[in-house]
Design a binder for this molecule. Structure first.
Ligand SMILES: N[C@@H](CCC(=O)N[C@@H](CS)C(=O)NCC(=O)O)C(=O)O
Length: 217
């Protein structure tokens, strides 16, 4: 299998960490969605990361589908997602919150990259920040409710831990955002990020230079 995308994409990172935990080997092509747009588009018409090319040539273009494919391969009882019931819904709820926050963070970053500074919409940026912070508040509550447990759902690491850690770390670097108002979330993320599998699939976010009249996009 080939995983396309750099690890400063938290969506890509999340898939890579799941593959490593499942013991599924893959070739990593650390292509940039900026510099390598045309190369990525040869596999994925959206030109996005992650892109996963399966051994038979089928291409998956959405990280949720990639994780679903990997879980299916891992089989019942081994998947990083609880199979059923309240545990599954809890994991999905946390993943949805973390994903919603990162989707908004990406919009904030894209506004900075593609729109000249003087045309930034403060109203839009502030709305996105409010949404990000609302999600972090809920995630912090969920982490605080699990103090004394290693993981957010049940007794083992799930996609919820991976998503919350990868997406929050990205928010922290890309917006950037100090996690001081959300100490339980920060503690959970720091604990995950200290694990070898997280450290092995990490590169720091390279902050884009904001555009301006002087440096047009
Ligand atoms: N919903 C997609 C989001 C993927 C995504 O937004 N990836 C970013 C990189 S972090 C990207 O490719 N951005 C470039 C673009 O959308 O043009 C997924 O989960 O796979």
């Amino acid at each position: 299998m080939i995983l396309i995308g750099m690890y400063d994409s938290s969506y890509t990172r999340r898939v890579a960490i799941a593959m490593a935990l499942y013991g599924i080997g893959f070739e990593h092509r650390a292509w940039s969605v900026g510099r390598d747009f045309d190369r990525i588009r040869q596999y994925n018409p959206l030109g996005r990361a992650p892109t996963l090319v399966l051994d038979d040539g089928e291409v998956l273009t959405e990280s949720a589908m990639m994780l679903d494919y990997l879980d299916d391969r891992a089989g019942a009882g081994h998947a990083l997602m609880p199979a059923t019931g309240i545990a599954r819904r809890d994991a999905q709820r946390l993943i949805a919150l973390a994903t919603g926050a990162i989707d908004k963070a990406v919009l904030i970053v894209l506004e900075r990259i593609f729109r000249p500074v003087e045309h930034h919409s403060e109203l839009w940026l502030s709305r996105c920040r409010t949404q990000v912070e609302g999600a972090l508040y809920e995630l912090d509550k969920a982490c605080a409710a699990r103090v004394g447990h290693d993981w957010l759902v049940g007794d083992a690491m799930t996609h919820a831990d991976i998503a919350v850690a990868c997406f929050t770390s990205h928010l922290r670097e890309a917006i950037p955002l100090a996690l001081d108002p959300w100490p339980a979330l920060r503690a959970h993320v720091d604990r995950c990020e200290a694990l070898p599998v997280f450290r092995d699939h990490y590169i720091p976010f390279d902050a884009p230079v904001p555009t301006s009249k002087a440096t047009p996009a």
